[in-house]
Design a protein around this ligand. Structure first.
Ligand SMILES: [Mn+2]
Length: 367
């Protein structure tokens, strides 16, 4: 009985050439404001077109279940944002999307990460005219705003907020607060083994409805949800304590005239937070001494990942990252060291590697 229905449905789908899209499913990055605001813009787009909306917020490493679930979709516009292609499961993603497209779906993928040629070709080769926009000069929410809703004021604001956090400008209090709120909500969901998408959903809903003012009171500089405001406040204090402690255990050296510092990054603190904190002189008074802001800051995680930031534009973080299997921007980058036991030995090793090259220095040509 079931089978025959499915088969007739399938025949129907094959015979119709044009099918009407009735719903929109958004897949976006769960890790930061850019991913969240991209999803909020996509949601506004769905509303403007009268499409039923659903969303999955996810992270690298979880593509398989997310895209497998998409394979059963029908007549859905699938919009992926702020996620680069994970090449290790490209085939699975393509298989699922191909199946969805055969059931009347259409694919739009908006991103600003690095893509391999192979991945770009694979997505563009999908049927039903997929749209793939990759632009490294913008954050994903800006791309979503430009591509989907260029004239929508709330989308423009959501894009500005994402830009402020993604490029680490930190000029908008609301953007910085929202970044902390996303961290609080994510870390607590992970701690309690709850679904991160579900945990972020109420904030996403408000952002999609009203933009930042749906969650943040910019006059009072507070979240509208008093409980969230308390959680963020507590998180910030706790984070500052952890970061001060991490800085106290720093290891410094001078290489090619640049002050290079290594710290171990505490759990529950992002490298963006740590990098921003360590770049402010007022945070560097420790045990009666004042440290200088380092030119280059390495942040070593327990898993052996390296966050790389700079305190002055005398160094190029991306060139540093190259020495450690990584990459990024001149002002922020990441690499990999590997598992370690002895922090001091890691520092010596990092210093040794850096002393061998000068590619990572910004030469002062003003003199
Ligand atoms: Mn992003």
């Amino acid at each position: 009985m079931r089978n025959s229905t499915t088969m007739s449905e399938q025949r129907e789908s094959e015979s119709k050439t044009v099918r009407k899209i009735t719903s929109l499913h958004s897949i976006s990055h769960d890790k930061d404001v850019d991913g969240l605001n991209s999803a909020a813009i996509v949601w506004r787009y769905a509303k403007s077109k009268g499409l039923d909306f659903s969303v999955t917020l996810t992270d690298y490493g979880a593509f398989e279940p997310v895209f497998s679930a998409i394979a059963s979709r029908r007549d859905t516009l699938i919009v992926v944002s702020d996620l680069g292609m994970d090449d290790t499961i490209l085939d699975t993603v393509v298989t699922s999307l191909t199946r969805a497209i055969s059931q009347g779906c259409k694919i739009v993928w908006l991103d600003h990460h690095h893509w391999s040629e192979r991945a770009i070709k694979a997505i563009l080769a999908l049927p039903n005219k997929p749209i793939l926009r990759i632009n490294h000069d913008f954050c994903a929410a800006e791309i979503a705003h430009k591509v989907l809703l260029p004239r929508d004021e709330i989308s423009a604001e959501l894009a500005r907020i994402a830009h402020d956090t993604d490029f680490n400008l930190r000029e908008l209090d609301g953007a910085t607060a929202l970044t902390d709120a996303v961290s609080v909500i994510r870390f607590s969901a992970i701690d309690h083994r709850e679904d991160v998408s579900d945990a972020l959903y109420p904030v996403l809903l408000k952002l999609a409805e009203k933009g930042l003012e749906g969650v943040w009171d910019d006059t009072k500089k507070k979240f509208i949800d008093a409980l969230l405001d308390k959680r963020v406040d507590h998180y910030r204090k706790d984070k500052a304590k952890k970061m001060r402690k991490a800085l106290a255990g720093h290891c410094d050296t001078i290489i090619h005239d640049r002050l290079v510092r290594v710290v171990e990054i505490p759990s529950g603190v992002t490298s963006t937070d740590m990098g921003t904190f360590a770049a402010k002189p007022e945070n560097l008074h420790l045990d009666g001494k004042s440290l200088k802001v380092a030119d280059l800051l390495f942040m070593l995680s327990q898993g052996g990942m390296l966050g790389i930031r700079r305190g002055h534009d005398t160094v190029l973080c991306n060139m540093v990252a190259k020495q450690f299997n990584g990459g990024g921007h001149p002002f922020a980058a990441g690499g990999e060291y590997g598992l370690y036991e002895d922090f001091q030995a890691v520092c010596d090793d990092l210093f040794q590697t850096l002393s061998k090259s000068t590619d990572w220095l910004v030469q002062d040509d003003a003199q």
